[in-house]
Design a protein around this ligand. Sequence first.
Ligand SMILES: NC(=O)c1ccc[n+]([C@@H]2O[C@H](COP(=O)([O-])OP(=O)(O)OC[C@H]3O[C@@H](n4cnc5c(N)ncnc54)[C@H](OP(=O)(O)O)[C@@H]3O)[C@@H](O)[C@H]2O)c1
Length: 365
Amino acid sequence: MYLSILNCLDLVFWFAFLVTRSFLWRNLDFPTSLRSTTSRQMAGEGKVVCVTGASGYIASWLVKLLLDHGYTVHATVRSLDDPKKTEHLLALDGAKERLSLFEANLSVEGSFDSAFNGCVCVFHTASPVTFASLDDPQMELLDPAVKGTLNVLKSAAKVQSLKRVVFTSSLAAVIYGYKPPSGVVDETWFSDPVFCEQTKLWYHLSKTLAETAAVNFSKENGLDLVVINPGFVIGPILQPTLNFTSEAFMSFIETGKEVFADGIYMLVDVRDIAIAHILAFEKAEANGRYCIVGDVVRSSEIKMILDKLYPDLGFSQRYKDKCVEAQLYSISKVKAESLGVDFTPLEVSLRDTIESLKEKKFMKL
Ligand SMILES: NC(=O)c1ccc[n+]([C@@H]2O[C@H](COP(=O)([O-])OP(=O)(O)OC[C@H]3O[C@@H](n4cnc5c(N)ncnc54)[C@H](OP(=O)(O)O)[C@@H]3O)[C@@H](O)[C@H]2O)c1
């Protein structure tokens, strides 16, 4: 009798466990990127790596996941005196034991020397990000992106222990040219700098020129460079201030104002991008560039998902779909998946973006 009660309790326990597990999996409460990496945890034990522009949106997640994987992280910020740029990093798990902050500026040659000392990998993410019209694009965007990247690589080239540089480029360096994207776009596509300059796409020009400069410098100086080309990044925010793209996406959610005039979004979760950077270092066979885009969708599809998740936003009543029905294309996932990137479903990324914006009180719902 006693035994059969125990057996019953066992059965109830296992049933509850299996139902909960399948619920979590099916309801996608864990982003896939984080699920798939637990087995690689502590791969970084004993390894020192550096992240430039560490207080930024993507870099903060990269620092967090590197610490979670056991790495010792050197993180560069522009000012050590600004708590908004440092406190969220210092509060990360493992930061007390394995995170050191360094001050470095892209416009100062040699600025990154001490941060790179003893590192096996440099993750170069720092670059100004804005699509706004600028008084002086050369000084505000192009110089920090291009000359700044060369400064970073010159510092990296001096480091004996360095095995690889992972450079954060963008889809902005892939698809912008006189020929609009169509069919399947992959890593063989390159944005045209003349087109970017003539159409005043300064950010796109900065990323295109910076990637070319990075590839050329690395070839000439024997650096092993792997390039990550993310689409438009969404997902939860770790830093306490809004970065440019999260602010633009929040404005789209709140007002319906398109971030991209053609109403087409190449979206990817920030956690998938951070993992892609780590895989680009850890996989010895990684090479060249990697387009990392989870979904290419029209804004109408985003609004439909948001309407389902948050009916109070009133997307179905508030906005008529004004987007021009430009021809949709796709971004190849072949290389990204060969790297091991396991994309987070769009619905999860959208939900986590909104929950994070609400939690940080940027957005009221
Ligand atoms: N977000 C996207 O959708 C997206 C998509 C594709 C590629 N990317 C690329 O990903 C990288 C990170 O973007 P993000 O969205 O995370 O932007 P972010 O939050 O604005 O981060 C950019 C970082 O670069 C730093 N930085 C800018 N100018 C600098 C300078 N002169 N010296 C030193 N550091 C400087 C910033 O420092 P401060 O905090 O001091 O300003 C910040 O930490 C960029 O290379 C961007 O081009 C972003």
